[in-house]
Structures are given as C-alpha cells and as structure tokens.
Design a protein around this ligand. Structure first.
Ligand code: ATP
Ligand code: MG
Length: 286
C-alpha cells in the first residue's frame, strides 16, 4: 500500500482551475465538492488540501502538505525552506514597478528615496538593494494600484499581466523586476514511498505536457517522395509508412512539434504531400 502524498492547491483564484486540470488530465480522480477543505483521490495515492495561495509555502515547509502548487512570486516572497520541483507553465505573470503616467521616469535611480507600495516587500527589497538605491516600502495587501492616486506612495510594485489595470489607474509600467509562473513545490525529506508517488505523478505531468507540445500528422505522398518527406518529420522513433489502395502512393504518419508546425507543413506541401491531417495528442510517452 502506497503512503499517501498530500498536495496543497489554491482554493479559488488564478491558480485553481489550471491546477485542477493538471490532475484531471493526469488521470488523478477525486470529488472536489464545493467549499471542501480536503479531498482524497480514489485512484491515486494523493490527498488535496484547498488553501489560500499565501499559506501554501508555509504549509509545505511545516510538512502539513508534502507538495504544493503556487506562483514563483509567492515562493520567493515567503522564502520558506521548500524545494522548487518543476515549473508548470501556467499563471504566468510579472512583478513590475509602476509610476503615475505624468511622472517623468528615466531609470530606477529616479525611485531613490521615494515610497513604493507593494504586497511583495521582500522581492522589492531584494531588487532595490541590488540596484544600490533605498526606498521606503509600504506593505499593503490589496488594491496596490490605487496607492499613488490616494497619496500613499510615489510608485507601486505589483503583479501585471496585460497592463490594463495599471492603465486604468493612471499608471505606467517602468521596470519588470520578477517573472513568475506556477510551480510544483515540495518539502524536503519525502519518504521513499512518497518520492515514488511523486515520480509517478511527474511522469504523468510530463506525458500530458509532451502531448500538448506535439501533434500527430498524417499525409499522403507519392512513393518517390517518401524519403524526402520522412526527413522532415522524423517522429518519435521513425514515421509509419503504409501503402494506399492507389498504386504508387503511401500514407505517412508521424509526430511533429507544435512550435515547428507551420514551417514543417509548408515544406511538406512543397515536397508533394497531400491530404495533410493534423490531430491533437492527449498523452505522449517516449
Ligand atoms: P488567495 O485568495 O488564494 O490568496 P490571491 O488573490 O492572493 O488568492 P490570485 O489573484 O488568485 O491570488 O493569484 C494567484 C497567483 O496567480 C499569483 O500569486 C500569481 O502567481 C498568479 N497571477 C496573478 N495575477 C495573474 C494574472 N493576471 N495572470 C496570470 N497569473 C496571475
Ligand atoms: Mg494570496
């Protein structure tokens, strides 16, 4: 019997949907009843704790949870003794400095001696120290973007994704100081059984991610073009080549990277490929 592993995920917010989706796509099933604090999977040895994201690094450090999914911004800000196991590719955002649109701004030295409002005092302090300036940091927990307007601070340091919140509050982004995405964190010293569960989980995450990064491609080609075409789509081991009912033609099946997609399709067409079908892949294990 496997020792269960306990995973903390955000109860509700910008990390929640993608975190739940990751487990769903990895075949880890559980009932996530509304407002429940905990859930147990019935087909994989994991339990889930649903928490505020701020609390996740601390719970993982304390061993209340073995793993957690949280933004790198929270990991850096809380500076708890946890291991960053793997980036997960969602909830991407940045922490930036912003000043009123009307303020003149050349470089970060313009903030020397000024006051800056933020929910991320540690990350901001590290940044201003690295720039050799001083600033008075006002820690506030929310609605940071209104601080300059109400005279609380000269500038802010906050999470930005599109910049529209800044814009509608009369601010302009002037420095990006930290880049973040969701990460899987873990406590140190997992038992060998728990490490084994984690390895199985990471294997599934990897298969899901590779599936998303690749496409299955099928096409028809005259037999004398096969060699040149399979050079373009070498696939995982090698492409499948099957004869068509029509003499002199074959169907070629392979896998291509999503990033290369359009370029490769153009080259395949130029080499005489016809009837090209491109199909999503749900999971991929190499
Ligand atoms: P909680 O109630 O759990 O404390 P919160 O209000 O602190 O939630 P959210 O706004 O849900 O946090 O954001 C959670 C994390 O998602 C952030 O710490 C950050 O890593 C990331 N994030 C924040 N804003 C965005 C955004 N606009 N786009 C993408 N990711 C974001
Ligand atoms: Mg929070």
């Amino acid at each position: 019997m496997d020792q269960k592993i306990r995973i903390a995920i955000q109860k509700s917010g910008r990390l929640s949907d993608e975190s739940l989706k990751l487990f769903k796509e990895s075949g880890v099933k559980f009932n996530n009843g509304m407002k429940k604090l905990m859930a147990t999977s019935h087909n994989f040895p994991v339990e889930f704790l649903f928490l505020r994201d701020d609390d996740i690094p601390g719970y993982v450090e304390d061993g209340v949870a073995d793993l957690g999914i949280v933004g790198q911004n929270e990991v850096a800000e809380k500076a708890k003794n946890v291991k960053e196991i793997e980036k997960l590719g969602f909830s991407k955002c940045r922490l930036s400095l912003a000043v009123p649109k009307s303020a003149s701004y050349n470089d970060v030295n313009d903030l020397d001696g000024k006051s800056i409002a933020t929910s991320y005092p540690r990350i901001l302090q590290n940044y201003i120290d690295s720039k050799g300036i001083t600033a008075e940091i006002h820690e506030i927990s929310g609605s940071v973007e209104i601080a300059p307007g109400i005279g609380l601070a000269d500038a802010i340091c906050d999470i930005v994704s599109s910049g529209s919140t800044l814009f509608s509050n009369g601010l302009k982004e002037v420095e990006e100081i930290f880049k973040s995405e969701a990460v899987l964190i873990g406590r140190h010293d997992l038992s060998p059984e728990q490490q084994n569960v984690l390895d199985r989980l990471l294997f599934r995450f990897d298969a899901v991610r590779k599936g998303k990064e690749n496409r299955y491609v099928l096409l028809n080609a005259p037999n004398d073009k096969i060699e040149r075409i399979i050079a373009l789509i070498p696939g995982m081991k090698s492409p499948t080549v099957l004869p068509l009912a029509e003499e002199g033609w074959s169907s070629i099946h392979s896998v291509i990277n999503e990033g290369m997609f359009w370029e490769v399709i153009e080259q395949l067409k130029a080499e005489g490929a016809q009837g090209i079908l491109v199909v999503p892949i749900e999971k991929m294990v190499i």
